[in-house]
Design a protein around this ligand. Structure first.
Ligand SMILES: [Zn+2]
Length: 500
């Protein structure tokens, strides 16, 4: 049988194309994470769920997945989407708000929302990425990258900032189609505050600001990095100079991803990512989510305050393929709730068959039917993550199981149990991968497994004599609370501070 292809619509080439990995069977995938100045809303999570489904499908195809999603905790300004490096810092502004009064400083605020984000992530049953790198933990790499861009003539220094020189990268605009330089200038002209900028559309790599609440010392004085540079350096530090896949919400195509491409490709001379996917917006009741309309929902608004089953929320958010706008309504959520209850009923029948099921009867046809439906579910997901077809196919499987009701034989029960597990691995809608643990119980195991993966990446970097990368990875391992000790038998992982 020919190997199944995983087709995804590529924003760059504007066509559906098979996802390929540079290293056979190993997907290296980066997705832009949240800016942690408040609780993430369900629209943010629609995007992260796209990344989660990509990882689940890749694993079902037998690939190894190295998935990195960052946490932006510095440098993202309120006007960055429309005008480069202007407006207030999102983190500082949050600290000055009513909610900000609960925090002693901006670091504490960032920590709080980063942890809340991870709790929501687990509640919605997204699998852990290999790593959640933070911008503030990669200052050295960002400064080195900016120095290199200046050296190569792709960036310049003004009294107030360091800017990327767009005219030095003719490919700028290839992702978004924003290639009309005059148009680009119009979009930002009104808000250019730095008169010494060579070109209004150049974007900031570093902002000098010795009043900023989060600041670092750099060759250009005290200040902080621009929003885009963190993703370039963190993606390349952990996944290599060319990624197989890069993802984000549709709002990130321009300027964020366009800027990531410019920086990265000027640094390495190589293609930054071979494939790009973007998730469309979510609307609520046919309108853009907004706090003033009262249709703004965070995960905790629904799961904690309204006691919605988190798996039902997950189901509703993936019910429409990521490439189409999703209109989220309370009815969608109600329907999703009754569907995930069907899966719970299937699980109950499987459990019952273990104690009461007869060993009589032929389970072959039953199993074949379920296998076929699993295959069709996977096939739909491999067709640009067509979740509406995939969920419908899986739903047919629940009919097959429920049709037998509590007369499920021992063998049928076994087949049904395996099918439910495989469907859960693919779609994450049958039961939580995190069991019934409280969020606070999650902290150790995933960190240890991430540290182990990183240790392997560090060994590879050392073999390739890429010592800067090996060092950066060591720092990340330490941030997870572990250290690597090189022994004659090879590197081993220890808890930081452990005497043994
Ligand atoms: Zn990013």
């Amino acid at each position: 049988m020919a190997e199944r292809e995983f087709l995804l619509y590529d924003t760059m080439s504007r066509q559906l194309k098979p996802l390929r990995t540079l290293e056979p069977g190993h997907l290296r995938f980066y997705s832009c994470g949240p800016t942690v100045y408040s609780y993430a809303h369900i629209g943010n999570f629609r995007t992260f769920l796209t990344g989660d489904l990509v990882c689940r499908v890749a694993r079902a195809l037998g690939w190894r997945v190295s998935y990195v999603t960052n946490i932006t905790d510095v440098g993202h300004l309120t006007q960055d989407d429309v005008a480069d490096a202007s407006g207030d810092d999102k983190m500082e502004k949050a600290l000055q708000s009513k909610e900000g009064e609960a925090f002693a400083n901006v670091w504490e605020l960032a920590d709080h929302y980063a942890n809340a984000f991870k709790d929501d992530w687990r509640k919605l049953n997204l699998q852990e990425p290999m790593l959640w790198p933070k911008a503030t933990q990669h200052m050295r790499e960002q400064i080195l990258a900016i120095e290199k861009l200046i050296e190569k003539g792709h960036a310049y220094v003004t009294p107030s900032a360091v800017y990327f020189r767009i005219s030095s990268f003719p490919d700028h605009g290839k992702l978004s189609g924003n290639i009309d330089k005059d148009q680009l200038q119009v979009a930002v002209r009104n808000v250019v505050v730095d008169e010494s900028k060579e070109n209004p559309s150049d974007f900031a790599l570093w902002k000098r600001d010795d009043k900023h609440l989060m600041q670092w010392f750099s060759p250009w004085g005290w200040g902080f990095p621009g929003w885009h540079i963190e993703c370039s350096v963190m993606a390349m530090a952990y996944l290599g100079e060319t990624l197989d896949l890069h993802a984000g919400g549709e709002d990130l195509v321009f300027p964020h991803h366009e800027s990531e491409i410019a920086q990265s490709e000027c640094l390495t001379g190589k293609t930054f990512s071979n494939h790009w996917i973007h998730t469309r917006f979510l609307q609520v009741d046919g309108e853009k989510m907004s706090k003033s309309l009262g249709n703004w929902y965070t995960v905790r608004d629904l799961v904690v305050d309204k006691e919605i089953n988190p798996l039902a929320l997950r189901y509703a958010l993936i019910s429409v393929p990521y490439g189409k706008p999703l209109n989220f309504t309370m009815q969608t959520l109600k329907d999703a709730t009754s569907t995930v209850e069907r899966y719970a009923e299937c699980q109950r029948l499987v459990a019952l068959s273990k104690s009461k099921g007869s060993s009589q009867g032929d389970a072959d046809n039953f199993k074949q039917e379920l296998d076929r439906l699993y295959d069709e579910t996977l096939e739909a997901l491999c067709n640009d993550l067509n979740t509406s077809v995939a969920l419908a196919k899986a739903y047919e499987g629940t009919k097959v199981i429920l049709r037998e009701s509590d007369s499920l034989s021992l063998q049928q029960g076994e087949a049904a149990g395996q099918w439910l597990e495989r469907i859960n691995d693919l779609l994450g809608i049958v039961h939580s991968d995190y069991g019934s643990l409280e969020a606070s119980d999650f902290s150790v195991a995933p960190q240890e497994s991430a540290a182990t993966e990183l240790m392997a990446a560090r060994t590879e970097a050392k073999k390739a004599k890429d010592f800067a990368r090996a060092d950066a990875i060591r720092g990340q391992i330490e941030a997870l609370g572990f250290e690597v000790r090189d022994t004659p038998e090879g590197p081993i992982l220890k808890k930081l501070g452990s005497a043994l």
